[in-house]
Design a protein around this ligand. Structure first.
Ligand SMILES: Cc1cc2nc3c(=O)[nH]c(=O)nc-3n(C[C@H](O)[C@H](O)[C@H](O)COP(=O)(O)OP(=O)(O)OC[C@H]3O[C@@H](n4cnc5c(N)ncnc54)[C@H](O)[C@@H]3O)c2cc1C
Length: 393
């Protein structure tokens, strides 16, 4: 028995970027939704994840009225550096494709989306537990336990699983196909107290493995280096972390890595995963619930936003026609972008990381690939186009 029953048009499980952006776009289209999430707002606001927004992700936030704070507080990046053999090579996005990406942390994207939904009177229920989803074929019901211990029910015309990579909605898609690829390495991520070492991101390949130098603010930076997936962050002192980063970034072009105290350390295992279809009856999947990518190439958050842009359009069309079958085109539209991003992330990952069993041939071939990329306008343009993001359709 439920203590309360709420009726809505779309129940959204997961109030991360995919769930909140979908709720916002539906609101703009005059469609009601309720969002439930088993973390608290404070937990989500303080969990560091992605940091790079594609051009059309920025436009989506600004043009749909979420917020234009990204344009004021974010940092426009007109390129990245690919660094190998101790030398950095700039890929100039503006020159190659006339586009930029934006350094704007996922925590800020969440804050903007949460404020926009609160401003617009959205029904958001954070900090809940024991979510259950039933009736996905004809009459979806989402049940959960609220912080006060009451059991609550939401009945809806549609339910969207935007509940991340450990989705409880994903297994409810019957007869789905799952595609995945594991990688024999992970990222050791650190947040450090230091001024920026460079104005733009540096993707660094070295014989010791990959490293990424990224930025956050004038005094806090984000850096990663390739590690074994079984690595325990607690066993890494600040000195040991800096030793790794300095060894990987060493070179002869004058670049200097500025170190400082390590504020936070995590190991981030990654894999490529896609589930198809992303619809079953009245259930739809969006964002990490439907697919995950390795973080190289910064596609995860951007794909989540691109998914729900398409999904909101399809839901609007289906509601207008009174016909849920109009939603069938969602999987095809979303996955055409997802597979491009899967390839891009896989390509960036394999081009810049080295597996433990790498042969001398593979090693030299990888350098050949990087050299041909940075010396070819066509090669660099492909990277610039994928990194700044293919236009939303
Ligand atoms: C540590 C880390 C670092 C990352 N770094 C990068 C990066 O550098 N670049 C990049 O592009 N991507 C990165 N990603 C990936 C990126 O953060 C995700 O692709 C993005 O968050 C996807 O958004 P989403 O809304 O689909 O899922 P999420 O952000 O995971 O949101 C899902 C929400 O669903 C909620 N939820 C889960 N289960 C339930 C349930 N049973 N009931 C109710 N709610 C539930 C969760 O609490 C969560 O708030 C990183 C991910 C992690 C974990």
């Amino acid at each position: 028995m439920s203590d309360t029953v709420t009726r809505t048009q779309v129940a959204i499980v997961g109030g991360g970027p995919a769930g909140l952006m979908l709720s916002h776009l539906l609101h703009v289209a005059g469609i009601e939704s309720v969002v439930v999430d088993n973390r608290t707002v404070e937990q989500i606001e303080t969990t560091h994840r992605a940091g790079i927004l594609e051009r059309d992700s920025v436009r989506l936030l600004v043009d749909t009225g979420v917020s234009d704070r990204v344009l004021r507080d974010g940092h426009e990046h007109e390129g990245i550096a690919l660094r190998f053999d101790g030398v950095s090579h700039r890929i100039d996005f503006q020159k190659l494709v006339g586009a930029s990406c934006w350094l704007y942390p996922q925590t800020e994207v969440f804050i903007d989306l949460h404020r926009a939904r609160t401003r617009d009177g959205g029904d958001l229920r954070y900090g809940i537990t024991d979510t259950e989803v039933t009736g996905v074929l004809d009459a979806p019901v989402v049940e959960y336990t609220a912080a006060d211990g009451t059991r609550n029910q939401i009945t809806a015309d549609l339910v969207v699983g935007a509940d991340g990579s450990r989705s409880i909605c994903r297994p409810l898609v019957a007869n789905a196909r799952q595609y995945f690829r594991e990688y024999p390495f992970a990222w050791f991520g650190v947040m450090v107290q230091a001024p920026p070492s460079a104005p733009e991101l540096i993707y660094n390949r070295s014989p010791q493995g990959f490293a990424l130098i990224s930025q956050r603010t004038d005094t806090v930076q984000r850096m990663y280096f390739q590690c074994d997936p079984t690595e325990d962050p607690a066993e890494w002192s600040d000195d040991r972390i800096w030793e790794q980063l300095h060894a990987r970034l060493a070179g002869h072009d004058g670049f200097r890595l500025i170190d400082g105290s390590v504020l936070e350390r995590t190991v981030l295992p990654f894999r490529s995963f896609v589930q198809a279809p992303m619809r079953h009856g009245r259930l739809l999947l969006a964002g990490d619930a439907g697919h995950t990518v390795p973080p190289t190439g910064a596609k995860g958050l951007n794909l989540a936003l691109a998914d729900v842009r398409v999904l909101a359009e399809e839901i609007e069309r289906a509601v207008g026609k009174g016909d849920d079958d109009a939603l069938d085109t969602y999987t095809e539209r979303a996955l055409s972008r997802v597979w491009k991003a899967q390839h891009f992330s896989y390509w960036m990952t394999t081009m810049l990381h080295n597996a433990s069993d790498v042969s001398e041939f593979d090693d030299q071939r990888q350098l050949g690939e990087l050299n041909s990329l940075v010396s070819s306008e066509a090669g660099s343009t492909y990277l610039a186009e994928g990194y700044t993001g293919w236009p939303h359709h």
